[in-house]
Design a protein around this ligand. Sequence first.
Ligand code: ZN
Length: 277
Amino acid sequence: MPEGDVVRLTATRLDEALTGREIVRSELRWPSAAEHDLVGRTVTSVAPYGKHLLVRFDDGWSLHTHLRMEGEWHVARTGTSSARAAGPTVRVVLANSWWTAIGVRIGMLHVLRTTDEHRIVGPLGPDVLADDFPEHGVREAVERLLADDAAGGLGPRHRPERVATGVPLAEALLDQHTVAGLGTIWTAEPLHALKIWPWTPVREVPDLADVLLTARRLMQHSVQHGFARRSGYARHVHGREGRACHRCGTPVEVGRANEPPYDRPIFYCPACQRPPA
Ligand SMILES: [Zn+2]
């Protein structure tokens, strides 16, 4: 699943291709949005928020998309064969005279007023890659992680018996309502970097801000160096089950965060990342 770093790179690419230009072709192959025609509107910005992407238009409307499991956006030169976007997995086509942006296997799509964007991103935690995260977001994210832990998990993850024991850190980090943008890669890697057992109860983690800022730093590195997700670049545990930990040589293991059917794999080193005593 694409995480915040991939969404940010995607937003940058779409921003370069679309912003300031008028839409000349618009296709929303999505049942609840098919009647919207975006032709004639000019894109004013393309903004990422966690794993969400917002394309804003000059008439006060926005296109919201989420890549979910395997969505992606391509940009092709308008008029070329790759800009035809004829495939059955294409969900969105937005073209100006120069560039055609094609959304493939998109997992979520809404057309809404820009002033209503809060309905989608409002409930989410602070975006870990937002410019003001170190000054403001991190404090709010720590508060949200602690509130989630104190409640035994919020929303569908709530389990009363965990009020006394706390919520595993990896599970809380993956919930976009505590902090937005982390998936399984950028949950596993900072915990390995800081030698934290992924199932440590949130309340027992000595420095939650350090965890969040380490995740942010690793993700920024990925943004600067392209798609870490594809290349495996800069990964020390994620996707490396059975291979030697880059720090100590112990074979990397994989466990599960969250309960089925929402459980996700979390890779870790059983020697570097031990449960608290
Ligand atoms: Zn190790």
